[in-house]
Design a protein around this ligand. Structure first.
Ligand code: IMP
Ligand code: MG
Length: 186
């Protein structure tokens, strides 16, 4: 159990703490700095889950950059991706000829990201890369492009640091596994 207030009610254990996230984020930012030194990359955050990672990642980067956001939603069950994705909020700008970096919170089945990459690729960016904070170890995940992964995690449902369960827990400063009783109570 954690003792950081009511926001952590239902958390079973911390998987990745704040310090580890910040340390890894700094490493990932350095790789991006080196790669895009002579360009101004456009970082695209995937709402809502990626906002926390996005703001930390961009502040850890030293080069000039721009940001934009997209919101997507999977149809179907809440904790499982159906692969049918709907764009809820599109980009505010054109990406043709731009160097684009998609910033994702987590890649689970990979279906959401694959759909997003297909959509963006059709808009003819100069290149298109993906940075994800988390990737689940999953046998049946599709082989989607992810250029940098922060942490590979077990196939468990996680919350915190932007990730939600039923809309809550996004404001935890760490990535945590929920107590099964939270699901059972549904
Ligand atoms: P995918 O299409 O199965 O890869 O699912 C991707 C999206 O589902 C992520 O961008 C998250 O929004 C959400 N998601 C997948 N796994 C988790 C999890 O363990 N906790 C919270 N959200 C998740
Ligand atoms: Mg997401």
């Amino acid at each position: 159990m954690t003792d950081d207030g009511a926001r952590s009610n239902g958390v079973a254990r911390i998987l990745i703490d704040d310090e580890a996230i910040q340390q890894r984020t700094a490493e990932m930012a350095k790789v991006l700095d080196d790669e895009y030194r002579d360009d101004v990359p456009l970082l695209i955050g995937v709402l809502n889950g990626a906002i926390t990672f996005m703001t930390d990642l961009m502040r850890a980067m030293q080069i000039p950059l721009e940001i934009d956001f997209m919101a997507v939603s999977s149809y179907g069950a809440a904790t499982k991706s159906s692969g049918v994705v709907r764009i809820l909020k599109d980009l505010d700008q054109e990406i043709e000829g731009r160097r684009v970096v998609v910033v994702e919170d987590i890649v689970d089945s990979g279906l959401t990201l694959q759909y997003l990459l297909d959509v963006l690729q059709r808009r003819n960016p100069r290149d298109l890369r993906v940075v994800a904070l988390l990737k689940k170890e999953k046998a049946d995940a599709i082989d989607v492009q992810v250029d940098q992964i922060g942490f590979t995690i077990p196939d468990e449902f996680v919350v915190g640091y932007g990730l939600d369960y039923a809309g809550k827990y996004r404001n935890l400063p760490y990535v945590a596994v929920l107590d099964r009783r939270v699901y059972a109570a549904e």
